[in-house]
Structures are given as C-alpha cells and as structure tokens.
Ligand binder design. Sequence first.
Ligand code: ATP
Length: 200
Amino acid sequence: SKFVVGLTGGIGSGKTTVANLFAEQGIDLVDADIVAREVVEIGSEGLNKLSEHFGTRILKLDSSLNRSALREIIFNNPTHRDWVNKLLHPLIRIEMLKQLDSAVSAYTILIAPLLFENDLDRLVNRTLMVDISTQEQVKRTSTRDSVSQEQVHRIIESQAPRAKKLQRADDVIDNHGEISALKSKVIALHNNYIKLSNNA
Ligand code: ATP
C-alpha cells in the first residue's frame, strides 16, 4: 500500500479520535510523534549520537533521553538546535517511510500534528485536517490534560495558523459536533480514499 493520507490539525482538534475511527475501518496508522520518540530510544543511533555530542547531561539515570535537559540546551542556541535537527529529521523521515512501507491496508494514515509546518505533506498523496475553533481547542485540551488555558494558547500560537492549514488541506473534517457524528464523515472519506488509492 503506497497511498498515504496525512492527518493533521491543531492541538486537541481530534486527530487521535479521527485516526481511531479510520483504524476501525481497518486502516493502518503511522504516528509521527511516536516515530520521533522511537528514533531516540535507548540503544538507538539517534540517542547514541546525541550523547556523544552533548554528554551524559542529556541522559537520565536509566540512560534514556532527558527531554527537558535537551530542550534547555537547544533553547536559544540556534547552533545546537540546528545540529539536533540535522541529526533527527533524517532519522525520523527514514523510520516514517519504513513504517509506511510496511503498512498493508488499502491506504495508510500518517498522523502528523506538524504536517505542514515540517513539510511532511511532501511525503503524502493527500492531506486531511481535523478542524475546530480555537475556543473549542482550548476547552477540550485543558479538560483532557491538566494544563492552563494560557499554555494551550502558547502551543496554538507555535503551530501554523488554522486559516493556513484550512487553505492547504485537501480535505477538512469538522469536529465541532458530537463524536458520534464523526463516524459517518470518516466513512465517507474512507470510501473516497479507497477509490483514490485504487486509481493511484
Ligand atoms: P493532540 O494534538 O493534543 O494530541 P488530538 O488532535 O489528537 O490532540 P484528541 O485527543 O483526539 O485530539 O481530542 C482532544 C480531546 O477532545 C480528547 O479528550 C477527546 O476525547 C475530545 N474530543 C474529540 N472529539 C470530540 C468531540 N467531537 N466532542 C467532544 N470532545 C471531543
């Protein structure tokens, strides 16, 4: 299966919820956030190179990556940040392509919160955005996680603007309604993706 749909949307928009509905239809999922964690697992090339470069200060006692230590090092240091990006981005890309390649369903969903921001849309055949208002994003995210509304606003501001994503996405799934209303929208999209993947 080589037809890939990139699934995106802002924080708390409902990407996971929508992805699970596609999975119910038998569609394989690849999650860019999970891949990004896998490439720095204990024993990985990514983590080995990070610790060779920055030393044990970026490791926890159990020798896993200390994310907050790494974040602090690259924060406000473009040289360090560029070095880390040049190391990890290709590793993430290769692992993502590997997982997409081993998927067996008619088409595959790549879940990527920063699909457009990180130019991952170049790896996919079609893009799908889950859309809700900023107000609803803040409400749902702060209900789900114990984070402040200010924190959610900061994350939203670090992501591409909603209007930009709406403009770039091939398909948009409106998630203002009840979760139950999503299922029929997903099935309609699914049928179209089956058709598109057959013609690809
Ligand atoms: P993130 O980017 O933070 O990973 P996400 O885009 O994957 O978030 P979800 O986790 O699917 O979003 O949804 C965010 C929260 O909103 C969850 O608690 C989910 O159960 C809830 N939710 C999703 N869709 C709806 C809906 N239509 N109505 C009410 N709550 C919803």
